[in-house]
Structures are given as C-alpha cells and as structure tokens.
Ligand binder design. Structure first.
Ligand SMILES: Nc1ncnc2c1ncn2[C@@H]1O[C@H](COP(=O)(O)OP(=O)(O)O)[C@@H](O)[C@H]1O
Ligand SMILES: [Mg+2]
Length: 326
C-alpha cells in the first residue's frame, strides 16, 4: 500500500451563486520518499486538494462530499479534529502558498521553530534550541545562532522560506505538502530553494507533494507528476513519461508553453481560452472547449483515467479503444 492514497475526492463549497464543486474524482498515490508534482493553472484546485488532505478545508468553508484519503494505512476522513492535530505537523506538514505571511511577525524565528518542535515532541527548551539551530544549518542559513534571535521582518524572502521549511521538517514528517514553495520568490532565490529541496529529500526520508504551476520546477524536483485541469486529474505518470510522451492535449499544450532555450521560436505558444469557473464547468470533458481534438462524446461524457502504461494514465477519449465520437 502507498503512503498516501487519495481517491474519488469531491469537494463542495456554498457560494453566493449557489453550491460549487471545484474538485471531482481527484485521485493519486504517493509512495514513501517519492516526490509527486501536482501541476495546473491557477484556480484548477491544487491548494484545495492540499487542504483536503490535512482536513483544513472546512476552515475555508469547503466540505468533502465524496472520496477517501488513506495515509499510512489510516483513513484520515474518519479522524476527529483532535486526532488530526496530532498528525498535522508531526506526520504530514504543509508549507502553505503564501510564505510571506506564514511566520508570526512578533516572535523570533528560532522560537517559532522551537514551538513547532515542542508541540509534538517532549523536548526541553535547551534540547529543542539545539535541534532548531541544527535544522537552520541544514537549511543553509548562514550564522544560524544569530538568525535564531531575529524577527521575520529582518530576513529576506528566501531566508524566511528556509525557516518555513525548517518548521515543516522539524518533526521528521513522512509527508511534506509544499504549495507553490517557490512562486513568491525571485528567480535566483527560487533556484536556491529548489537546490535545497533536492538536498533535503536525500537527507530526510519524507515524501513530498509539490504543488506548482511551473513544469520547470517539476522537471528539477519530481519523480512523478499529476496534471490537474478544472478540478480533475487529466494525466498522471512518471516525469519521464509525462515530459517525453504526454498524451492529454492539455498536458501537450502546457509543455508547448515552456520557452525552449535551444530552439528558435517565433512566438511563445499560449493555450486559447481560460480555465472555467466551477459554476460553469462544461459537462463531459472539462477541457473540450479548449481542445482541438474534441469529439462528440467529449461534450457529454466524462473521460475516466485509463492506463497507457504501468506508470502512465490519461483521461481522454482520444486514447480509449471505444472512442467512436467524431
Ligand atoms: N474558500 C473558498 N470558497 C469558495 N470557493 C473556493 C474557495 N477556495 C477555493 N475555491 C474554489 O476552488 C477553485 C480552486 O481553488 P485553489 O485550489 O485555490 O486553486 P489553485 O489551483 O490556484 O491552488 C477556485 O477557483 C475557487 O472557485
Ligand atoms: Mg493555490
């Protein structure tokens, strides 16, 4: 059994315009020590998937109305809030999308790491401090004993992100969910944080669910990838398969949108149209209004994921044997 098994996940929110279901039939697995990239355009449902896994979605007003989330052989959806508090931070930690506001401005960063350690581990202040400084050193923070006493506003964006990653890893979680961990950073700092993650995944035994809209980040960090479009997983597989032989028209378009340094390109490709709002999801395949290969059945029938290979699945009628639309 995998470390994390998400299947058939469906979410509902109640908006002023009526109920919306921004996630449907979302499923993927993550093995121990694996780095899975969850990729898609803004608004496709990546962050709400992350919040659902650690059951924080109800705090955003969302309700899980279908599906299951099995983590380390345990059914998370049947856990109480009290039980989830023991899991969050200790076994699964979340690096949320906005690193600049994740730290408390009125506490020294070192004490914030210590707090994260002491919530789950019975360590005295002195021992916890030693561990915090050691973690800061592992995160590549220069002069960690000095930075320990600094406040978040005294640190650069990259340093703050290193502190946040230290907090996330402070209890050796089996799973780290990192929601757009590099998006808010400058490009050079992004590259440093990617390097840091790559080092950390060797040192810690954690699995990572890396959420990003950037396929470049996936190529540098992940073993496998799940492509999300309008609240559905449309393709998933090993990074090699998805990058070298993508099947879904959306995945192909996403890859064509990446500028290539070694090729003369006249104009950068863009996918026509935009991701629909959950109130206006098309029936059938949600990508068909933007798809150049759309067939009749795509308008009315939902394509389920089909197996292309042992490490490759796609949700598209173009690849199903009975694709008899026109
Ligand atoms: N608190 C909320 N209330 C209502 N709808 C929400 C809420 N959070 C997210 N959604 C809906 O879910 C969709 C996906 O959101 P999100 O997961 O944040 O996207 P992203 O892929 O950019 O992380 C949004 O477009 C929105 O329609
Ligand atoms: Mg998001």
């Amino acid at each position: 059994m995998s470390l994390l098994e998400v299947s058939g996940l469906k979410l509902r929110f109640y908006s002023l315009d009526g109920p919306i279901e921004p996630l449907d039939r979302v499923g993927f697995q993550l093995e121990e020590g694996e780095v899975l990239g969850l990729v898609g355009e803004t608004g496709c449902g990546k962050s709400i998937t992350a919040k659902s896994i650690i059951k924080l979605i109800s705090y955003s007003g969302g309700e899980i109305i279908n599906g299951s989330i099995i983590f380390d052989h345990e059914d998370l959806l049947s856990k109480s809030e009290k039980e989830m508090q023991k899991i969050r931070g200790a076994k699964i930690s979340l690096i949320s999308q906005d690193p600049m506001t994740s730290l408390d401005p009125v506490y020294r960063v070192g004490d914030q790491i210590i707090e994260a350690i002491q919530v789950h581990k019975k360590l005295h202040y002195k021992e916890a401090k030693k561990k915090a400084v050691e973690l800061m050193r592992l995160m590549g923070i220069p002069l960690p004993k000095k930075v320990f006493y600094q406040y978040p506003h005294e640190l650069s964006g990259g340093m703050k992100q290193r502190i946040i990653i230290a907090i996330a890893l402070s209890c050796d979680p089996a799973l780290v969910i990192a929601d757009e961990p590099t998006t808010a950073l400058d490009v050079t700092i992004q590259a440093q944080i990617i390097d840091l993650f790559n080092k950390l995944k060797e040192q810690f035994q954690s699995a990572f669910l890396l959420i990003t809209h950037d396929l470049g980040v996936v190529a540098q960090m992940c073993n496998s990838v799940a492509i999300m479009y309008a609240g559905n997983i449309v393709e998933k597989g090993s990074v090699k398969k998805i990058f070298h032989s993508p099947n879904h028209p959306y995945t192909k378009s996403l890859l064509e949108c990446i500028p290539k340094m070694n090729q003369k390109q006249k104009k950068l490709m863009a996918i026509p149209g935009s991701v629909p709002h959950p109130l206006h999801f098309p029936t059938g395949c949600r990508f068909y209004p933007r798809c150049q290969y759309a067939m009749k059945k795509c308008l009315s029938q939902h394509p389920g994921l089909i197996k292309v290979d042992n490490d490759h699945f796609v949700a598209c009628f173009k690849y199903s044997n009975n694709s008899n639309g026109e």
